[in-house]
Design a binder for this molecule. Sequence first.
Ligand SMILES: Cc1cc2nc3c(=O)[nH]c(=O)nc-3n(C[C@H](O)[C@H](O)[C@H](O)COP(=O)(O)OP(=O)(O)OC[C@H]3O[C@@H](n4cnc5c(N)ncnc54)[C@H](O)[C@@H]3O)c2cc1C
Length: 252
Amino acid sequence: DTVTENERIRDELWGVVYGIWDHIKNSGAFDADSLTLDWVGAIPGKREYRRFVGDHTLTQQDLLSQRTFPDTVAFGGWSIDLHPVEGVYAETAGAQQRYTDGTYDIPFRSLYSADVANLLFAGRNISASHVAFGSTRVMATCATQGQAAGTAAHLAARHGFTPRELGTDHVAMLQQTLLREDAPLIGVRAHDGADLAQRARISASSELVRLDTTPWATADTFALDRDAALVVPVDPVLGSVAFRTVADHDTD
Ligand SMILES: Cc1cc2nc3c(=O)[nH]c(=O)nc-3n(C[C@H](O)[C@H](O)[C@H](O)COP(=O)(O)OP(=O)(O)OC[C@H]3O[C@@H](n4cnc5c(N)ncnc54)[C@H](O)[C@@H]3O)c2cc1C
């Protein structure tokens, strides 16, 4: 139990670490007789801990189907990354992954308590299933939630709303404030008339017109001997995109 047995777990892990180190240094099998162990952590890192129940509990299906939430205030993109509860004693693989096709929404309803009127969540303790939490727990994703929860706390205090009132009746206020503060809310448009960026004209001193000008391309072709991604802006209008390929032999 990572809540009540923290020190016992630390001692157990130290036993594992020093036991392995003893084997590495003293078994004679690793040419490590003159090496020394520099540092071992003293606080067990908890991948998973207490989570709280909000008005929505984020699930595996929400992530894998990339469900769109009207009250999206944060996003994730890491795989669902599940580690066996037995830790170092597990006989299964150290991690199992499921992948989404891209980013997914995190709704504000997963960031406040269902039954405590003034409690917000971010990071390790949001309202998510064990499996969904396998993705939402990574640090950059925690940070998007932290910005959303912190901004929500400010707006709730300023206007005298509970988090639920903010999320139910004024979610556009929260989303627009987040966009104004540079939070990327996937699929949510900014409607702030005072935002000069909306009227800005973008120009560039040069443009990339051929892929073969990238450093890893040779001659006239871009060799597909590695994974490559190409982002093509299609909004507002793009007629068509053509790719010309040259294959040395029949292939799919
Ligand atoms: C072994 C391990 C490997 C990981 N690897 C990665 C990785 O490679 N990439 C990645 O992105 N994420 C990784 N994670 C996950 C990620 O680090 C955590 O999910 C994330 O840091 C959680 O952030 P948090 O702010 O919610 O919680 P925490 O970082 O735990 O912050 C909570 C803070 O609250 C403090 N606190 C607790 N109680 C009180 C109190 N009563 N008063 C005041 N302060 C208090 C704690 O001391 C702590 O500083 C890993 C986690 C573990 C355990």
